[in-house]
Ligand binder design. Structure first.
Ligand code: SF4
Length: 70
């Protein structure tokens, strides 16, 4: 079964596929209020406005991040 994790702020849900993640923390450098590689859970969906989150999710180079609107 594919490994998939969900993180939501009630408006948008971030979908993360750890098997595809390159762990380069690209997202963590660009939007550290949401993507915190050193913390657990490492994604805080309440750390930035929904639009910012969506923008950043689209920039993930590996396809590990996607999203859907709730
Ligand atoms: S940008 Fe994508 S591939 Fe890179 S660390 Fe974040 S989730 Fe993983």
């Amino acid at each position: 079964m594919e490994n998939i994790k969900h993180y939501t702020n009630g408006e948008v849900t971030i979908v993360w596929k750890p098997d595809l993640c390159q762990h380069a923390a690209f997202c963590g450098k660009e939007l550290p209020a949401v993507f915190k590689p050193k913390e657990r859970p490492w994604i805080d969906a309440n750390g930035a406005p929904t639009e910012k989150i969506i923008e950043q999710v689209k920039r993930c180079p590996s396809g590990a991040l996607s999203y859907f609107l709730n």
